[in-house]
Design a protein around this ligand. Structure first.
Ligand code: G6P
Length: 609
C-alpha cells in the first residue's frame, strides 16, 4: 500500500527521497511523487507508474532541495493518474503526503469548496492539504494548523506535511497507520517503514497512536494525542540494509523461500531452554493466562489467515481446546458471541493490517479473556495492543506474496499448541518428542528446497492453464488453500482449494484439460481417503500433480505426476508441504513473465479496510 518518506538535512535530499521510495516499492503502488522546498518555493514532481519514471523526471528537471517529502500511492479514491498522485499541494503553500483513508472527506471537500478551494484531484488526501492551509490563516505555525486539522479527520492516516513559510520543518502525524522517525546527525527523517531509512540510520523513534512529530534537521519533538510533549525512546534497529535487498537472487520471493530454514530456527530458538519450551517468552503473565484458557478464537487476513486455519487444527488436536479461525474482515460485522475463557489470537506478518487490527480492537471491547498476537514486526500496532505476543523471526519480508512469514507463523502455532497440550495431559516425554520434531523443521525445509529443479519442471505443466484446483485433507487443506492463493497472486491463474472430500459435491464437474489438480498428500490417517478422491479425478481424465512422500506409495500413471517429498511427522507436514507449493507458484509466475514480487493490484501491507 502507500508508502511515505521525508527528510530535512543540509544536503540535497532528492536522491535519498527517490531511494527511500524505491525501498517502499514492495508495498505495492501505482504512482509516485516528491515535493521539496529549495528557496524558490514549493516544488513537486509526480508520475504514474514506477519510481524509476519519477527518477527520470526528477533528473530531467534537475530538482533539488535540502528538505522534502515523497510518496508511493496505491489508488483508493481516484484512478492512478498524475493529478491523484501525492504530494497534494494547497495554494503553493502546503504539501502533504498521506497513507490511509479519510472517511469524511466528502463533507470536508464540500465545506472547502464553499470556502473557495479548488480541487485538482479525486483523492481524499487533498482535503488535508486545503484544511491545513485554511487553518494557517489563523494559526501561526504548521504544527498548530495540523493540530487543529487532525481532530476534524475521520479514518486512519499517517501524514507528513511541509510549508513554504517554515522551510526545514516537517510535521508528521499518525492515527492508524505506522510512522517512524529516523535520527541522523544534523539531519532527520520520517518514513512509513524503517526499510526506507536503513541507508541513513539505525536509530529510530516509533511514533505511537495519536502522536505528532515536529522534525527539523537538528531536533525532533513528539507530541502525544493530548498535545503534550511525549518522551519516546530512540531505539537501535538491528535490521541491516542487506536484509531488505535481493542479493544474488532474481526475486525477493525466491530469496525469502530460501530463508525459511533459518527463519524457522530463529523463531523456535528463543522459546527453547534445554529442549523445554519457555512460555514466559509470550509475556510475564503467560502462564496465568494460558492456565485459564478453554477456547481459542483466531482472526487474520490473507496468508496469515491460512496459518490460523492450520493452527485451529493443531490447537484442537494437540491443545484439546475448541478453536476456530476466521477472516478478520468478517468477524466484527457478524455480531460474534464471545464464549467464556476464550483466547483471541491475531496473526499478521506486518502487524498493521487494518481489518486484523480492527478485529483485535473489537475483541478487546467484546470481553475475550485475553489477546495474543503472532506477528513478524515487534514494533507494530498489533503487538503493542495485545496481552501476549509471539514475535516470529522471519526477518523483513519484501515480496508481496508471503512465504517465510507463513511458515514461521506455523511454527508459532505449533509452539502454542504444545503449550496448551501441557495443560491437557501430555506427559513430558511426549512434549519432548514434539519439540524434537520442531527442531527438525529447518532440516526438512532444506531437503524440500533441494527439490527445486524438479518442481520447476513440474511448473511447466501449469504455465498455459487458466484454472487450477488444489486439494488437501485435514491439516493439509489449509496448505492447499495457501498453495492456491500463491498461484493466483503471482501468476494470475485462477486457483481454488477444496478439501478432497468436497470434490464430488461440485468441483468434479470442472475437471478437464484446463483444470489440473495439485494435491498435497503426505502419508497420514487421511491418505486412503485422499487417494480415493484423486482416483475420482483420474477416472475422469483429469491431470494430477501430486506432492507425497515415499510411504504414500502413489503409482505414476499417464495422467499423474508425483513429486516425492521427504517423510516427516504429521505435526510438521504443513510446514514442509508449503515449500514446494511456494516454489511451484514462483516458477509458474517466472515462466509466465509476471511481476513476481509486486503482483498487479496487490499490496504488501493492507492498511485500509
Ligand atoms: C496482504 C498481503 C498478503 C498478506 C495479507 C495479510 O494481502 O499481500 O501477503 O497475507 O495482506 O497481511 P498481514 O501483514 O496481516 O499478514
Amino acid at each position: 500500500m502507500c508508502g511515505l518518506v521525508g527528510a530535512t538535512a543540509n544536503r540535497d535530499i532528492i536522491p535519498f527521497l527517490v531511494d527511500g521510495l524505491r525501498s517502499l516499492e514492495y508495498r505495492g503502488y501505482d504512482s509516485a511523487g516528491v515535493a521539496t522546498l529549495n528557496g524558490q518555493g514549493l516544488k513537486k514532481e509526480r508520475s504514474v507508474g514506477k519510481v524509476e519514471e519519477l527518477a527520470k523526471q526528477l533528473a530531467s528537471t534537475g530538482m533539488s532541495g535540502t528538505m522534502g517529502i515523497g510518496h508511493t500511492r496505491w489508488a483508493t479514491h481516484g484512478r492512478p493518474e498524475e493529478n491523484n498522485a501525492h504530494p497534494h499541494v494547497s495554494t503553493e503553500l502546503v504539501a502533504v503526503v498521506h497513507n490511509g483513508i479519510i472517511e469524511n472527506y466528502e463533507t470536508l471537500r464540500r465545506d472547502l469548496q464553499n470556502l473557495g478551494y479548488d480541487f485538482d484531484s479525486q483523492t481524499d488526501t487533498e482535503v488535508i492539504a486545503h484544511r491545513i492551509h485554511q487553518h494557517l490563516q489563523s494559526e501561526d505555525s504548521l504544527l498548530t494548523a495540523i493540530q487543529k486539522t487532525l481532530p476534524e479527520l475521520e479514518g486512519s492516516f499517517a501524514i507528513a506535511a511541509i510549508s513554504n513559510n517554515e522551510p526545514g520543518r516537517i510535521i508528521a502525524a499518525r492515527r492508524g497507520s505506522p510512522l517512524v522517525v529516523g535520527i541522523g546527525t544534523d539531519e532527520n527523517f520520517i518514513a512509513s517503514d524503517v526499510s526506507a531509512l536503513l541507508s541513513e540510520t539505525q536509530d529510530f523513534i516509533y511514533l505511537e497512536e495519536g502522536d505528532i512529530a515536529d522534525i527539523s534537521s537538528h531536533a525532533v519533538t513528539v507530541y502525544n494525542q493530548y498535545g503534550r510533549i511525549a518522551e519516546r525512546p530512540i531505539q537501535k534497529s538491528t535490521m541491516t540494509k542487506s536484509a531488505v535487498e535481493k542479493g544474488d537472487y532474481p526475486h525477493f520471493m525466491l530469496k525469502e523461500i530460501y530463508e525459511q530454514s533459518t527463519a524457522l530456527r530463529q523463531t523456535l530458538s528463543p522459546y527453547l531452554d534445554n529442549d523445554t519450551l519457555q512460555e514466559s517468552r509470550l509475556g510475564d503473565d503467560a502462564s496465568h493466562i494460558l492456565d485459564g484458557i478453554e477456547q481459542v478464537h483466531i482472526c487474520a487476513c490473507g496468508t496469515s489467515y491460512h496459518a490460523g486455519v492450520v493452527g485451529s487444527y493443531l490447537l484442537e488436536k494437540l491443545g484439546k481446546r475448541p478453536c476456530r479461525a476466521e477472516h478478520a474482515s468478517e468477524f466484527r460485522y457478524r455480531s460474534p458471541v464471545v464464549t467464556p475463557n476464550t483466547l483471541f489470537v491475531v496473526l499478521s506478518q506486518s502487524g498493521e493490517t487494518a481489518d486484523t487490527l480492527a478485529a483485535l480492537r473489537y475483541a478487546k471491547e467484546a470481553g475475550y479473556a485475553a489477546t495474543l498476537s503472532i506477528c513478524n514486526v515487534a514494533s507494530s500496532s498489533l503487538v503493542r495492543e495485545t496481552d501476549l505476543t509471539f514475535i516470529t523471526q522471519a526477518g523483513p519480508e519484501i515480496g508481496v506474496a508471503s512465504t517465510k512469514a507463513f511458515t514461521t507463523q506455523l511454527m508459532a502455532m505449533n509452539i502454542l499448541a504444545i503449550l496448551l497440550a501441557r495443560r491437557s495431559g501430555i506427559d513430558s516425554a511426549e512434549e519432548l518428542s514434539l519439540v524434537q520434531s520442531l527442531k527438525q523443521a529447518s532440516f526438512a525445509i532444506e531437503s524440500a528446497l533441494e527439490l527445486n529443479s524438479e518442481i520447476k519442471d513440474f511448473a511447466k505443466q501449469l504455465v498455459d492453464v487458466n484454472h487450477c484446483l488444489f486439494l488437501g485433507r485435514g491439516n493439509m487443506y489449509p496448505i492447499a488453500m495457501e498453495g492456491a492463493l500463491k498461484l493466483k497472486e503471482i501468476s494470475y491463474i485462477h486457483a481454488e482449494a477444496y478439501p478432497g472430500g468436497e470434490l464430488k459435491h461440485g468441483p468434479l464437474a470442472l475437471i478437464d484439460d484446463d483444470m489440473p489438480i495439485v494435491a498435497v498428500a503426505p502419508n497420514n490417517d487421511l491418505l486412503p481417503k485422499m487417494k480415493a478422491n484423486l482416483q475420482e479425478v483420474e477416472a475422469r481424465g483429469g491431470k494430477l500433480l501430486i506432492f507425497a512422500d515415499k510411504k504414500s506409495d502413489f503409482q505414476p500413471s499417464p495422467n499423474s505426476r508425483i513429486l516425492t517429498m521427504p517423510s516427516v511427522d504429521d505435526f510438521l507436514a504443513p510446514i514442509l508441504y508449503t515449500v514446494p507449493l511456494q516454489l511451484l507458484s514462483y516458477h509458474v509466475a517466472v515462466f509466465r513473465g509476471t511481476n513476481v514480487d509486486q503482483p498487479r493490484n496487490l499490496a504488501k501491507s493492507v492498511t485500509v479496510e
